[in-house]
Ligand binder design. Structure first.
Ligand code: ADP
Ligand code: NA
Length: 334
């Protein structure tokens, strides 16, 4: 009944990491280029970014840089709809309806809020608490059927389905789809290079813990060389990586960068020491990432062109979102 449609977003909250690239952006490009007829809608979610403080000038710059990153990674703004969230007001309009559908108890269970708010949750913004309802609106204002994301977003996708189901139930309709998360591939959760128990993140205070999409080849090589590992050589089978999170992470990254499975990679590199494997990984990362970062830098020299692409994307996004919001209001009696 629903048109197969992909929606996903990334926050313009600072530099893109290898985690964002492998867990999200590279997958977005695959879904755009797949032959199975998905219409793809990709969004820079600036309204999510400001749930924690963003310097205004930096936010503007990061939004453009993220757009450049999408295009450099292979998103074609003609084939996909590429835009900035705050330019499509239907997101926040639907989010208000969902604020009235979602229950306090559901929101309180969200682990990302607990992680991001930290010890002083009373001082977190109301927006940070309500974030998952806006995310549900981002997705459902397009009636998106599939959402490619990293593993950290799984709980928010479940909440999106809960909100859709409760809306449908309360208003006696089948208006909103129960969206499927698409969490696939070797790199659904890229970990910090300094601590195998933490997610690689733009907000990690240590720059050595992550690879940024804008890092130069020397920085990439240095970060991989210094990445924490254990002293054992690499095993030849996946099961033997279970208790070795740092080794597992580097192998996952290698597999995702080379479009191979972990088993295939281990068949090749099993038995090697990290002193041999790390330079292989660094070469592969540089080979894959440097064309993207140089294209990003080139695009960033034409900010007007980026703004024009985003304005056009927002118009196309509104063509889908406006009628869905109108129908939602009608169902609610407004
Ligand atoms: P961040 O978590 O870096 O602040 P976002 O919240 O904007 O970034 O997430 C954008 C996308 O990138 C989401 O789909 C998220 O699941 C994915 N993502 C972020 N970090 C990682 C990671 N370390 N490994 C895999 N995917 C990730
Ligand atoms: Na995230």
């Amino acid at each position: 009944r629903f048109t197969p449609r992909v929606f996903s977003g990334i926050q313009p909250s600072g530099g893109l990491t290898l985690g964002n690239y492998l867990g999200a952006m590279k997958r977005f490009v695959e879904m755009q280029n797949a032959d199975d007829g998905f219409e793809c809608v990709y969004c820079m979610v600036d309204l999510h970014a400001i749930t924690v403080w963003q310097d205004p000038a930096a936010l503007t710059r990061n939004t453009r840089e993220l757009c450049a990153g999408f295009i450099a990674a292979g998103i074609d703004p003609e084939r996909s709809i590429l835009f900035n969230q705050s330019q499509v007001p239907e997101h926040t309009q639907l989010a208000w309806i969902f604020n009235c559908v979602a229950r306090m108890g559901w929101m309180k269970r969200m682990t990302q809020f607990k992680d991001k708010a930290g010890k002083n949750a009373e001082n977190a913004s109301l927006g940070l608490f309500g974030y998952p309802a806006l995310m549900a609106a981002d997705i459902l204002v397009y009636h998106a059927t599939h959402v490619p994301v990293g593993e950290d977003q799984k709980q928010h996708l479940e909440l999106t389905r809960d909100i859709a189901a409760k809306f449908n139930h309360d208003y006696g309709t089948n208006f909103f789809p129960l969206t499927e998360p698409v969490i696939e591939g070797a790199a659904t959760r890229v970990m910090s290079l300094r601590d195998g128990s933490k997610k690689m993140s733009k907000s990690d205070p240590s720059d050595m813990a992550r690879i940024n999409m804008t890092d130069d080849p020397d920085a990439i090589a240095q970060k991989i060389r210094k990445a924490r590992t254990d002293p054992e050589p690499l095993p030849d089978n996946e099961a033997a990586l279970e208790e070795r999170p740092e080794a597992r992470n580097l192998v996952n990254i290698f597999a995702a960068l080379s479009d191979r499975s972990v088993a295939e990679v281990l068949a090749d590199v099993g038995g090697k020491q990290f002193s041999e494997f790390k330079p292989m990984l660094a070469d592969l990362a540089v080979e894959q990432l440097s064309p993207i970062s140089s294209e990003m830098a080139r695009l960033m020299e034409q900010p007007d062109e980026i703004d024009a692409i985003l304005a056009r994307g927002a118009e196309r996004a509104r063509e889908i979102a406006a009628p869905i919001l109108r129908d939602t209001y009608r169902i609610v009696g407004m």
